[in-house]
Design a protein around this ligand. Sequence first.
Ligand code: BG6
Ligand code: MG
Length: 218
Amino acid sequence: NVKACIFDLDGVIVDTAKYHYLAWRRLAEMLGFEFTEKDNERLKGVSRVRSLEILLEVGNIDATPEQKEKWAHDKNEWYVDYITKMGADEILPGVVPFLVELRQKGIKTAIGSASKNANLILSRLGLMSHFDAIIDGNKVSAAKPDPEVFVAAANVLGVSPEHSVVFEDAEAGIEAAKAGGMFAVGVGSDQILAKADVVIGSLADLNYEKFMCLLNVK
Ligand code: BG6
Ligand code: MG
C-alpha cells in the first residue's frame, strides 16, 4: 500500500519546459545555431550543466569551463525572468485536487526535482504548503537517472521505497524511480515512458480511486 507520492516538478506539476526551451533557444541563437523543439526533448529531466553540454553538442561548439559557466548563468537569468512572471493559472490541470485528496487519505507528498529553482516556482504557484518535503537540485549531487533525489525524498518522509510512488514525465526520471525500487507512474506519452509501471496522460486523469485501481492493475 502507498504511503508516499513523490512528484517531479517540471512537466508534471507545471509546464516550465516551454520556458526552459525559450531560454536555451536564446542562448543557441546567441551562439549562432538553431535549437529545435525536438532537440529540447533531450534536456527534459536533465540537470542544468548537462543540458548545456547537450546543447553545445547540437551546435558543435567547444567551450572553456569559464564560458560554460557564463552561458549556464545567462540561461538561468533568462529562465528566472519567465518563471517569476508565472501564476497559479499555470499549475497543470488536476494537480491541486489530487494533492489535496492524497493528503486527506493520509498519503504524504513530496517534490523530487533536478531543478535548483524548485522553491521559487512552487512559491510563485502558491504550492509550497501542499508538500511534506521538497528535495531539489540544491540538495542532491547525483542527477536522474540516479535515484538519489527520490530516495532522499522518501527518507525525509520516513517511508520505504516499496511504499513510494513516483510521478515523472522524463525517461531519466522513470529510470531513477525504478532504480530506487519505487513504483513509477509516467505522465505523458507511453512511447517515451515505456519503462514506467503505468502511464497516464496527465494528473487530470486521476483521483484517489482511479489511482488505487492503477496500482492494482500492475
Ligand atoms: C529539470 C528539467 O526538472 O530541471 C530540466 O526537466 C532542467 O529541463 C533541470 O534542466 C534543471 O533545472 P534548473 O531550474 O536548475 O536549471
Ligand atoms: Mg520533468
